[in-house]
Write a protein that binds this ligand. Structure first.
Ligand SMILES: Cc1ncc(COP(=O)(O)O)c(C=O)c1O
Length: 472
């Protein structure tokens, strides 16, 4: 029998052993990448709320919000209890021969919370799968008679082949084959959308476009689609019988101050909404796409088409039970109001910091508990660093802002035990995206740490990063 590592042994691996296993069996580059920015040497013991406890006893304030996953914080007690209950009763996980009471209840609850006739829910495992499920439904709605899907030039819809075909981000810099018939419009620009639609007019069906996919708020670029754009896109799609998809995989469940970003605009309803991340309460790998009833009925509501889209794990058991609890907490604890309060505190604090460090901070953008600080990258202090980096990094056109932002992320961690990250699309920003269980005191702690870090000046910050790199 081969010698296998047990769960208990895995939990006892030290940093060197972990790096060796990663380098050998997962990716050497992932180990060096995480090391480049000063992370990867610490091991985590546990995590609760917005705090992470390291094995060396340090407590780290997690200000990443788990990149959208952790609205409820780490290991929310109600989420843990729902999962323990499911396990203690030995509930059924995956089975195709029974219907799932959890999926049924979850779909009901989504329909109750969402506006209009967004009533039909599907529950795959990741955001990309939800996006692809939505696009497939739109294609089927037109029975394959239309061949074009439009997306924004600045967007993030995931990294699977289909979702990646609709993503406009330098992060996906290697070009894989695309799904057929994609075209783009400038983010939030209604004239550009009109133009894109006019490129695909046909004599036979009026339009060859079967779907338009939009992020009402783009978390990767921290930009809002203007209300006028969203409402006019709705009207243009209605006129042409095009399925309008809103991708709120990141921004759902209160993060921006409304349950979903688009819900701040009364009467605005997409044909399909995608969600994931905090839908799973920080524990469950579940996503969803919710369709308006007429779209679903025309696309799939008959015996032969009923199973055209599914995956093996499809929100049947524990994942769906967890999502039920996650949604209940979001509503009962009024997460949109929490995000609004956090947002107001962040907005005030970050604007004050920007005013105090005008040479370092270009601008601050954001909404609710999702903000970004765009740092200046013009300094000559960076030239020395660039020379020391591997050539693959130095070739990256965004390398300067990545270094500055990584230096701030590194100093926040090293000097203040605060975890943050940088987000990348066409621009790089320090992402300030706390969980919605983060208190006023913790937000204040972050703000004063950021003020302190920026107060050191760019040269010192970047020198710190170089020291770390040289030592690692
Ligand atoms: C708006 C949006 N759509 C889709 C995705 C893809 O989700 P996943 O990474 O779960 O495939 C993401 C992931 O960050 C996202 O932010």
């Amino acid at each position: 029998m081969p010698e296998l590592i047990t769960v208990e042994q895995a939990e006892r691996l030290d940093t060197t052993e972990l790096h060796e296993l990663y380098a050998r069996y997962i990716s050497k580059s992932q180990v060096s990448l995480i090391g480049t920015f000063g992370f990867g040497r610490d091991l985590v013991d546990s995590a609760e709320g917005c705090w992470i406890r390291l094995q060396d006893g340090r407590r780290v304030l997690d200000f990443t919000g788990g990149i959208g996953v952790l609205n409820h914080g780490h290991n929310h007690p109600r989420i843990l209890k729902a999962r323990q209950r499911f396990q203690e009763h030995k509930r059924l996980e995956v089975h195709k021969n029974f219907l799932s009471p959890y999926a049924a209840a979850l779909a009901h609850n989504l329909a109750a919370l969402l506006p209009g006739d967004l009533n039909i829910g599907y529950f795959p495992s990741s955001g990309s799968e939800a996006v692809e499920g939505a696009v497939k439904m739109a294609y089927k709605y037109h029975e394959g008679r239309r061949g074009t899907v439009l997306h924004a030039d600045t967007s993030f819809h995931g990294k699977l082949l289909g979702a990646g075909s609709l993503t406009g981000s330098p992060e996906l810099h290697f070009h894989y084959p695309k799904i057929p018939g994609t075209d783009s419009f400038a983010f939030g620009d209604i004239e550009s959308l009109r133009l894109a639609l006019s490129r695909h007019e046909t004599a036979a069906t009026g339009s060859d476009v079967y779907a338009v996919i939009v992020e009402p708020y783009s978390a990767s670029s921290l930009r809002a689609s203007p209300e006028y754009f969203l409402r006019e896109a709705r009207r243009l799609c209605d006129e042409r019988d095009i399925v309008l998809i809103f991708d709120e995989v990141y921004t759902g469940w209160g993060k921006t101050g409304s349950l979903f970003y688009f819900m701040r605009y009364p009467g605005l309803v997409p044909d399909i909404l995608t969600t994931s991340k905090s839908f799973g309460g920080g524990k469950s790998s579940i996503s969803g796409y919710v369709a308006r009833e007429p779209v679903f009925r025309k696309a799939y509501d008959n015996l032969s088409d009923a199973t055209l889209h599914s995956t093996t794990y499809f929100g049947f058991g524990e994942e769906a039970a967890t999502a039920l609890e996650a949604v209940a907490i979001t509503v009962e604890d009024d997460y949109p109001a929490r995000a609004t309060a956090i947002g107001e505190q962040l907005e005030r604090g970050l604007r004050a910091i920007a005013a105090k460090h005008p040479k370092l901070v270009d601008r601050v953008e954001g909404v609710g508990a999702l903000h970004g600080v765009f740092l200046s990258a013009g300094s000559t202090a960076l030239d020395a660093v660039l020379k020391r980096l591997p050539s693959s990094f130095a070739r990256d056109p965004q390398v300067r802002s990545k270094i500055v932002t990584a230096a701030v992320v590194g100093a926040l961690y090293r000097d203040h035990d605060i975890l943050s990250f940088y987000g990348s699309n066409r621009e790089i920003a320090l992402i300030v995206s706390p969980s919605l269980v983060t208190g006023e005191e913790e937000v204040e702690r972050f703000l004063s740490a950021l003020d302190d870090v920026l107060g050191k000046g760019l040269t010192a910050l970047v020198a710190g990063l170089v020291r770390e790199k040289v030592m690692s």
